[in-house]
Ligand binder design. Structure first.
Ligand SMILES: Cc1cc2nc3c(=O)[nH]c(=O)nc-3n(C[C@H](O)[C@H](O)[C@H](O)COP(=O)(O)O)c2cc1C
Length: 188
């Protein structure tokens, strides 16, 4: 172990998920390079949407008050050196499971700054259409870039691949290799 902690958030609900397969490659690369990696399947977790109640911002040390599985994830996000979002593209952007989790990061902002500032962020996407433009992956990539800029986080890399059927990404060695390399980079 080299002391680097990487959190991977998988948003796909389906078995044999392409974004999940790419995320596993990121995990393998990061582990091989010595990082400690934890993977979370968001669709198996209870994650409610942000209610905009603002309770998390009521005072300098207020926390999110929604009692669900984000309560276990928040400390992991705070402690991580790197955070990987792995999402399928649904309706031209992140899927709902992924977006619900990201929206809850709202509570990580405080007068001391954002808890995710300075971290390495990475993005993994799978979509069925032929390219990142017609699939809508560009929208998720654009939102991800804006998120990183807002959070004052670093974009470590983005890996995406066109793959409709579950498991189809296995036939794309270049995408798999790119994901593995991204994991290695995150571990450095
Ligand atoms: C509800 C739904 C919406 C989808 N919307 C899009 C889309 O807008 N663009 C696209 O290229 N693929 C779309 N797809 C196809 C998936 O992105 C594609 O199958 C991808 O490989 C799924 O990733 P996963 O295997 O990690 O779940 C959609 C699939 C579903 C189920």
């Amino acid at each position: 172990m080299n002391g680097k902690r990487i959190i991977i958030l998988k948003g796909s609900p389906r078995g044999g998920s392409n974004s999940s397969i790419l995320a596993d490659q990121v995990a393998a690369g990061a582990k091989e390079a010595g990082a400690e990696v934890e993977l979370f399947s968001l669709s198996k977790m209870e994650i409610y949407p942000c209610r905009a109640c603002e309770a998390c911002h009521a005072s300098a040390d207020s926390q999110c008050v929604i009692q669900d599985d984000m309560q276990g994830l928040f400390p992991k996000l705070r402690e991580a050196d790197g955070i990987v979002i792995a999402s399928p593209i649904y309706w031209f952007t992140f899927n709902a499971q992924t977006k619900a989790c990201i929206d809850r990061w709202y509570s990580l902002e405080s007068p001391q700054g954002n808890a995710l500032a300075g971290k390495q962020l990475a993005l993994v996407l799978a979509y069925a259409d032929t390219d990142p433009y017609s699939s809508g992956a560009v929208n998720a990539i654009r939102a991800f870039g804006d998120m990183a800029r807002y959070l004052k986080a670093t974009v470590a890399g983005i890996v995406y691949g066109s793959s409709g059927e579950a498991g189809a990404i296995q036939q794309q060695p270049k995408a798999l290799a790119k994901a593995y390399e991204l994991g290695q980079k995150l571990a450095k």
